[in-house]
Design a protein around this ligand. Sequence first.
Ligand code: MLT
Length: 269
Amino acid sequence: MKKIQIQSSDGPLEICCRDEGNGSPLVFLHAFPLSQRMWDGQLAALAERFRVMTFDWRGFGDSELRGDVFTMEQFADDLRALLDALELDRVTLCGLSMGGYAAFAFMRKYAARVANLILADTRAGEDLAAARQGRLDMARRALTEGAGVIADLMIPRLLAPATIRNHPEINARLRAIIEANDPRAIAAAQAGMAARADATALLEQIRCPALIIVGGEDALTPPSEAKKMFDRLPGAQMAVINGVGHLPNLEAPAEFNRIVTGFLTPEPF
Ligand code: MLT
């Protein structure tokens, strides 16, 4: 892990990132309420073929916290500043869930910097009023009750029932990642997600190669949401990983990595 000082739209900010391997750059955008540690199973395996980067969004993991609403546009600006600091012009972006929401904001502002787009377990639509209220309630609980309560609430939504039953080690890893986060970051990200823009119309304007991945048992952003994106995204590919939930990269890392690698390095005819 290294700390990098980026020049974001609201001033200098310290971002914690990992940057390993050689080849075309592949940047992973983590989900809520996790950190770049969710990508451990990608970093080691994929760095054999690509230059793989993971980082903590502002306030999460070991990155500096600033602000009490993390909008997806702010995340996009932070990412642009990180790419500038690393002198990376164009990259493949792989965003999972909240990482996907941030990827949409990045596409809106900085599409020229994206060579390929991977959208995993995310949705293009904005929240309905009840979902928005649910986010604000969770933000309040994070601030008053701490990250442990958020882990209790989120883990059953993030993992497939079979993963919870058969893989206590994944469960424990996920809990450790969530509990290491600052409750203020959890609250700020929920507030930012509640305010995010609808990206449905944006999908039709995306011109780079795109891949949609979804866990077959994803309860938060189910395959029906992935299919809606697929139907609107010109020329996209879609892969369903059966038997796993919202975090296929953690629940089925070998399959997830195989799909990503296949998309980025197609077999020649
Ligand atoms: C995530 O996995 O990033 C979140 O569950 C997304 C969300 O709450 O919409």
